[in-house]
Design a protein around this ligand. Structure first.
Ligand code: C2E
Ligand code: SIN
Ligand code: SIN
Ligand code: FE
Ligand code: FE
Length: 496
């Protein structure tokens, strides 16, 4: 068991400073053993009682990210950023963003802030992206007219991974006999049973098909009627059941059933995704039956993707305190400028996405740096300059964003080669990114920042001009000035 560390009332150094600068402070010996900890934020103190769940710093360092364990700390120089979860007495998970540093030759100290609020949003957005990516895979399979059996299995697989649920089944309805047949299942103990037929109105699935309505039984034990249990469920021990009708063009084509071993208390979003899966199932069946070619509304899917991007954007704005309008204006201006510079139309959507997401890597930058009201120290700059690389890390797994990576990756490169992270120079930097940089810096300068007040537009324009050939592509700046002049003729003092 634990070593019964408690919040001992010994004096930590600079008690009051600690309280104002961290929500959780942990003191360790130089080998990483946890000596004591202190929760300072009142909302946390009441959530955690007694023991600290970790005994060694190694338990806080995810193995993949810090393969060297504590050595990673010693190699990092002075400060190691660590993100870790803590489970409160009531079972809730809190997330902390900590910095590990030396307190004395024999002691280390970990200052941490409660970032639960942000982390939850981040996890939720990741969940949504995973679901959209899964849906995309399904749509591609449907569009390529795969065999119906394969499609149905793929669909159940996505339900298992993305909802997630323990088991699922898909029944097809024969419109002449009005019988349901089990066409595919996943996670069920007994193997396939094409000889199983259910009558309309009989059992849960039969009721779903007859009434064309979702049935949700949170606890089967409480409501079990044996005749509601088809043969393929009789060896099973599921707790929750949801059945949905598969309907297209007014016809009932089948039933999608999902089962879970514990009680499902799905949120609206979860149910919505289940409905979407059922909709895809109906389309797949309809296609297979009628050999109709799928007129996939890729526009609709595009909208779902963009809604997700918007979600990311709001996550970031919440932290950076940039106005949402700012990022959007930068993105719109970038697209206009890129178009004026001759960038192909098909690329503009990717450029727009890249521009919207350009600072997404800042989600990983701690608040005390991101919102610092003054200049950054060398140490803090080292962390801040990682935000382009972090963006690449976040976005790379999302295949539909791969054409949109340039801007997040290289928006802090400079024409003269003195930027970061790769010190690209001149035309090594993609044109779309060179265009973006001008728009981003202009809008950054005319906005309030935690570290300075907004500049006047006039002053910002002078700066852009002055940085031509240094930060900025000399080919882009005149186009930028033209655009600004078109919108606000008095500002530029320069004629086309
Ligand atoms: P950001 O605030 O969105 O700024 C984007 C870019 O606009 C900056 O990239 C820089 O090229 C330009 N820019 C913004 N404000 C100024 C300014 O006052 N003077 C000049 N000459 N240029 C400016 P950079 O420098 O690589 O900074 C990247 C990010 O680092 C900034 O994004 C901001 O989040 C943060 N940052 C930069 N300087 C400071 C600072 O002094 N204090 C704090 N707390 N954060 C800073
Ligand atoms: C889940 O996290 O899988 C269910 C909650 C939801 O996303 O609505
Ligand atoms: C987006 O991907 O951010 C929206 C697409 C657009 O409006 O160009
Ligand atoms: Fe940036
Ligand atoms: Fe920015």
């Amino acid at each position: 068991m634990g070593n019964h560390l408690t919040t001992r009332p010994t004096d930590l150094p600079f008690e009051s400073i600690l309280k104002s600068s961290a929500d959780l402070v942990v003191v360790l010996d130089s080998r990483g053993n946890i000596l004591e900890y202190r929760l300072t934020a009142p909302h946390l103190v009441e959530k955690f009682s007694g023991e600290f769940p970790y005994q060694q710093i190694g338990e806080l360092l995810p193995a993949g990210k810090y393969p060297g364990g504590l050595d990673a700390f010693y190699q990092s120089g002075n400060i190691l950023p660590i993100e870790f979860p803590l489970t409160a007495s009531d079972g809730r998970t809190f997330w902390f963003d900590g910095r590990l540093s030396s307190l004395s030759p024999s002691q280390l100290i970990l200052f941490s802030r409660d970032i639960t609020k942000y982390k939850q949003i981040e996890l939720r957005m990741q969940q949504q992206l995973r679901r959209l990516t899964g849906l995309r895979r399904l749509d591609l399979a449907i569009a390529s007219n795969l065999d119906l059996n394969l499609l149905l299995h793929l669909l159940l697989e996505q339900a298992a991974i993305l909802l997630p649920v323990d088991a699922s089944a898909l029944l097809l309805m024969n419109s002449e006999t009005n019988l349901l047949t089990l066409a595919a299942s996943k996670g069920l103990r007994s193997s396939i049973h094409s000889s199983i037929f259910l009558k309309l109105g009989v059992g849960y699935a039969g009721q779903v098909a007859l009434e064309r309505k979702r049935i949700h039984i949170p606890n089967l034990a409480g409501s079990a009627k044996s005749d509601a249990m088809p043969p393929y469920l009789q060896d099973e021990n599921f707790t929750s059941y949801i059945g949905l009708p598969l309907i297209t063009k007014g016809r009932t084509l089948g039933v999608l059933e999902v089962f879970h071993s514990s009680i499902l208390q799905p949120e609206a979003e979860w149910l919505e995704f289940l409905d979407i899966l059922a909709g895809r199932g109906a389309i797949a069946i309809d296609n297979a039956i009628l050999f109709e070619n799928l007129q996939k509304s890729s526009a609709e899917l595009g909208m779902a993707y963009d809604a997700t991007i918007e979600g990311w954007l709001r996550t970031l704005d919440l932290r950076d305190r940039e106005t949402e309008g700012h990022t959007r204006r930068v993105a719109d201006m970038t697209v206009q400028l890129a178009y004026a510079m001759g960038v192909a139309k098909e690329e503009l959507i990717h450029i727009h996405r890249g521009a919207i997401l350009h600072d997404i890597g800042k989600v990983a930058i701690p608040d005390d740096i991101l919102r610092k009201p003054g200049p950054l120290t060398e140490e803090e700059w080292n962390i801040m300059r990682k935000h382009p690389a972090i963006a690449v890390e976040i976005l790379t797994p999302i295949r539909y964003l791969s054409p949109a990576l340039d801007i997040p990756h290289w928006h802090h490169e400079r024409w003269d080669g003195n930027g970061y992270p790769d010190k690209l120079e001149g035309e090594q930097i993609p044109l779309s990114t060179r265009v973006f940089t001008v728009a981003d810096v202009y809008h950054a300068l005319v906005s309030d920042r935690p570290y300075r007040n907004a500049w006047s537009k006039q002053k910002a324009i002078e700066y852009i001009k002055e940085q031509t050939g240094k930060s900025f592509d000399p080919g882009v700046v005149p186009e930028f000035l033209k655009l600004v002049q078109k919108n606000e003729p008095s500002l530029v003092g320069w004629r086309a």
